[in-house]
Design a protein around this ligand. Sequence first.
Ligand SMILES: Cc1cc2nc3c(=O)[nH]c(=O)nc-3n(C[C@H](O)[C@H](O)[C@H](O)COP(=O)(O)OP(=O)(O)OC[C@H]3O[C@@H](n4cnc5c(N)ncnc54)[C@H](O)[C@@H]3O)c2cc1C
Length: 450
Amino acid sequence: MSQLRIAIVGAGPAGIYAADLLLKAERDVDVSIDLFERLPAPYGLVRYGVAPDHPRIKGIITALRDVLDRGDVRIFGNVNIGTDITVEELRDYYHAVIFATGAVRDAALPVPGLELEGSYGAADFVSWFDGHPDVPRDWPLEAEQIAVIGNGNVALDVARILVKHPEDLASTEIPANVAEGLASSPVTDVHVFGRRGPHQVKFTPLELRELGELRDVDMILDEADFPDAETTAALVAGNKQIMVIDRVLRSWRERETGQASRRLHLHFWAKPLEFVGDEAGRVRALRYERTAPLPDGTVVGTGEVRELPVQAAYRAVGYYGSPIDGVPFDEARGVIPNEGGRVSVDGVQIPGVYATGWIKRGPVGLIGHTKSDAMETVSNLLADGELWWTPEHPEESAITALLDERAVAYTDLDGWHRLDEHEIGLGAGERARVKVVPRDEMIRISRGEG
Ligand SMILES: Cc1cc2nc3c(=O)[nH]c(=O)nc-3n(C[C@H](O)[C@H](O)[C@H](O)COP(=O)(O)OP(=O)(O)OC[C@H]3O[C@@H](n4cnc5c(N)ncnc54)[C@H](O)[C@@H]3O)c2cc1C
């Protein structure tokens, strides 16, 4: 073999790190990589998940861009693997494929009332405020009281964007339709609900602390949610993260409140039972049950049911991967089943097929974790020489010919640069960029079509 041809599907951090590591790995064959991305722009959830008011994290894009700018990975944006090119067809062009397709959907929350108007999934809202091309431009922001279900960082992102004064987002990359939408919101109170206690949250301290710094927003906590001093000391002992979280929450409990025009409430020991609707089919309340801790760290319902009037309820209980035609999928976990990145079903490896990132491990963990994921997947792929496919058309020109023949309007590295420069230009030096949202406009700008 003169050259090992690898397809990577998904240009989020996991796909880009996998490409980088493949090129840097010690190996005895030349590698040629094609990176396919179904969106006209790269970077996955760093562009379309990380909140716009987190410029430091968005800045990871610079490092990812440096990998692509080295020029030794070919990029095909606006190409959906599974439809534009089938997985079966990849076998004719590559020796192996790595799926790095991430997760974009909301995990299920099994409560009645999800179909009501005013009930939303966090993933959809995040896609809206981050200018994802495939979601509607308008978002209904008519509620004064809002519930957010979940005790992880995504719940905090959703709550923060909902409660933050829109002027304080003006310097970020949010698109114009998002700025307008948020400016029209009459919100006064956002309530975040967690089934477990304040010392069992999945928030990271930095994200939590940030809430207390929001201008003109009071942090409201209920003393009844906090254990006594002795129990608290036992809970924080030996866990630095929980110790910091405890300190942050304590500082808020001691703060004076009552002056701010908006409030962010944190409710612990609260298990959602139902999104309650009115006669018109709109959310009018959240019904929840108080819980209590069990010795094994789980919780049990106490039977005490409460109802809080809200006009909108967001579920932020995790993300979930999507299946791709022709690739095994674990419905229960929302991942491609694999062992160390080698895709396998019931312990039997599928030759030539690999997975990395959130679709490999499940939608938990920070961007940095996708690098260690990619390391394992890449080294297993390189060790599997005898299992690689034997493509009929390994030459690089064959895949471009296929896309041209199918009239797929793909974007490439130069195209991504054009879009990037255009968006930075729209920022006019005052904002890092202003995102272009409509897919056809992204493609037109990328392809230099007027
Ligand atoms: C709301 C939110 C906020 C977050 N904030 C932070 C944060 O502040 N800090 C942090 O470290 N981490 C954060 N994360 C986590 C971080 O985004 C993930 O760890 C990381 O993006 C996972 O990388 P990935 O490449 O596996 O998946 P993704 O980033 O989802 O990338 C997958 C890519 O594959 C593409 N794709 C999917 N299917 C196909 C197909 N069939 N054909 C072609 N392409 C396809 C997708 O379009 C996407 O671009 C956040 C996540 C979310 C959801």
